[in-house]
Design a protein around this ligand. Sequence first.
Ligand SMILES: [Zn+2]
Length: 263
Amino acid sequence: MTFKGFAVQYPEYEVITPQTKKSFTLRSLNVQEEERLKGSLVTPTKIAEHLNSCLFNSIVSKPPDITDLDSFIRNTTLKDRDALLYGLYHITYEEIRNYQVKCTACANNYSVTVQASSTFNFNSYPGENILTDSHKVELPVSKGVFVTIKQPTLFDEVYGITQLSNRPGTTIELITETLIISKFEQDVPEKKNPIIYSDRVDVIDAYLSLPAKDKRTIYRTYEKEFGAYGIELKMQSNCTSCGNQDKYDIDLVESFFRSLFSA
Ligand SMILES: [Zn+2]
């Protein structure tokens, strides 16, 4: 007999994205998709692309303006992806197994297993359109320099990594953490118009030159305007050695890849 597929209905789960507020239905990953994702781990610059296409392929129903992978990555934010990944995780694995934590009182390392749904919190973006919203602030130390903060999309991430990861001295962490900056503007006293730096290379170089205090202003502004809206996965646990109770934020991307190997 040649295998023609089982008549299996994969489990499905509906996710409302917290930032763009769209409804998706996702189905569980199959074994082949798990294997493909594991394979993507060997190339760090490809992880984002693989995650995006894996998520897109798991979508059973989606909003009408999302017609293909390209429109998906342009209209979905990084925080929305966390929510979709949560949905995929929930429907594929249900529980977050053997999550490694470190006790803040006695430094004991131990592992915890929790139901994914028990960790879940959702905070919806109150604005109209997060894809076009931005927020401009003057930097407190670099007077006359303004930064415009936005919520990056999956496209921004893939584009940034593809364009810049081969540039000497530019790490994936640096590319990712500067995605929230859409541009810098510098007032010049004798000129009418400010100088604008919006190219990714210029944005990263300008960012690296900032005093540390200005960096904090950038991240505080992002958190307040955009970052606070999304899902949060929190759990509480008691240390297996001293009994101290701690709260932990779960990194979903990390636990996702870990469960691929322990499933
Ligand atoms: Zn302890």
